[in-house]
Structures are given as structure tokens and as C-alpha cells.
Design a protein around this ligand. Sequence first.
Ligand code: ASP
Length: 327
Amino acid sequence: MNPSRLMKALAALAFGIVALAPAQAQNYPTRPIVLVVPFAAGGPTDVVARTLAQAMSKDLGQSVVVENTAGAGGTIAANRVARANPDGYTILIHHNGMASSVGLYRKLSFDPLKDFEYISQVADVPMTLLAKKSMPANNLNELIAYIKANKEKVNLAHAGLGAVSQLCGMLFQKAIGVDITTVPYKGTAPAMTDLLGGQVDILCDQTTQTIPHINAGSVKLYGVTTDKRISALPNAPTLNEAGLKGFQMVVWHGVYAPKGTPKAVQDRLTASVQTALKDADVKRRIAELGSDIVPPEKQTQEGLRTWLKAEIDKWVPLIKAAGQYAD
Ligand code: ASP
């Protein structure tokens, strides 16, 4: 090919690529989207993800398929999505662990503030402090007394360093001044199975999983981690009012796409999350699980990005001061 024909061919190719990118973004999505969940199937994050995915599928006209990539407190899933093709077909839902991992892991294989596009926040979920049904303690003071008297044998389940169950359990131990044995799982779904079976004693876990078990009377409940009582569990005291002054924890959720995802695709995903959060079934399900859909200003790309940054700034110094490392 002579040089000028080669130049023309290259120019045509380049034009084709440039012209194709927005066209692909405009038609998005043309095939199923994978929503990666960093913890085990059937657990609290999985419940939020599947509720959201169902409504997003309706809006996008393509299935949003949940895949559980559990392990290392959620960091394996975040790393997977950070390295995925930035085409909008692999996205992530994650919670506070996206921020706390920055303090917990000295060799984090991704950067939460650089390797993602920020789609939207989703819902805020309270946590509940639970014990197995056969635990003799009937209220928080009795539980603390029981733990102090039996600290050699009592254990606490959690979902790994970076999981909110671990953070809640660590704050609880610090608040009562006792260290107990902890048992890590790949999510609180398997941790809950063992709590129900009596193989582990204590679990701090999100209402998106715990409310049905609390209502069935199959676990003991000592309090909620929010600053006010929640309407789904009106008789449960807050841990603050039960005696752990200042104890407060809420689990927030964000949807992320890999860095470099076309802006039109990001915008389509954000719009789809916003539509899903207005869906009557989503609203009902989130409310019956004791949780709150975030206000509109958090259902934005900026609303997630600024929140994540603020959470990193808040938690990383606290975790470093506690000297708690995962690696
Ligand atoms: N939310 C996690 C799960 O879905 C566990 C955690 O962060 O504690 O299992």
C-alpha cells in the first residue's frame, strides 16, 4: 500500500474507533451486566445487591447478574472490578469496607479513590448485636458480664478484615475492654449459619440478614448500632442507650465501575440505580429490612465519591491508631 493510501486507511480506522465508542455507549447495555458482591451469597450485602439488581434489570432491559467474589474482607472483589474491562459490563457493590480497607491493608492491590468511577450510593443499613439462642445473657449488661466471666471460651464470628461485622466486633471488644477469640468467614451468611447452629457465640451483623432470624426468635438480640431505635425492631434498644456510650455504626453502600468506563455508560448506570431506588418493591423490601434508601443527593456520582473520601479520611487514622492490620 502506498503511503497516502495507508494514511487514509489509518485515518478511516481511527475515525471508526472514535465513532464506535459513543455509539456503543448509546446502545448500552446490549448484554447482561455482572454485579460483583464481595461477600457470600445469601448474606446482607447480597440481599441489597439482588434487590437492586432485579429493579435495575427491569430498567436496563438486560439482566444484572449477581456474582459473589468473596474473601479477604471484600478486597478480592474490589480488585477484580478495578481490573475489569471498563465497559460497564462488570460493576461492583461494596460497603464501608471500600474505605476501611485503605487502613487495614498496607499492600492494597487497588486504590479506592483512583481505580473506579463512582455510580451512586444505595442504602444505609443498621447493624444488630446478636448471640446464639442458648446464650444465658438476656440483655447487654448480662452479656458483657458473661463475656468477662468466660473470656477464654466465648468467640465472635465475622466476615474478615474489611467486613463491617469485624469492625463492629472490634469496636465492641474495645468498648467493653475485653479481647475474645474471633472466627472469620467469607461473609456473614455462613457466620449466621454457625450462630444458628450454636458453633459460634456472638455476631454483629446487618439487619438486611438478621431481621428474619430475630423475628423468628432463633437468635438473641442485644441492641442496634444506630443512634435512634429503628421502626423494624421497635423494642430493641440502641447500644448507646443500653450502656455502650457513643457506640454507633451504619453500613452504607456504593455502586462502582472500573476507571475509564465511558461517561455515557456511567450516566446510564446512575440513572438506573436512581430508577431502581424509586421502585415500590425495592422501597418495601429495604424498609422491611430496617434500612433506608439514601436521599437523592447521595444517589449521584459525586455523592458517592465525596462520601467515600470522607469515610477514608475518618476511618484510616482510627484504624492505624488501633494498630490493626490485615497484612
Ligand atoms: N456484609 C457482609 C456480608 O454480606 C459481611 C460484613 O461486611 O460483615 O456477608
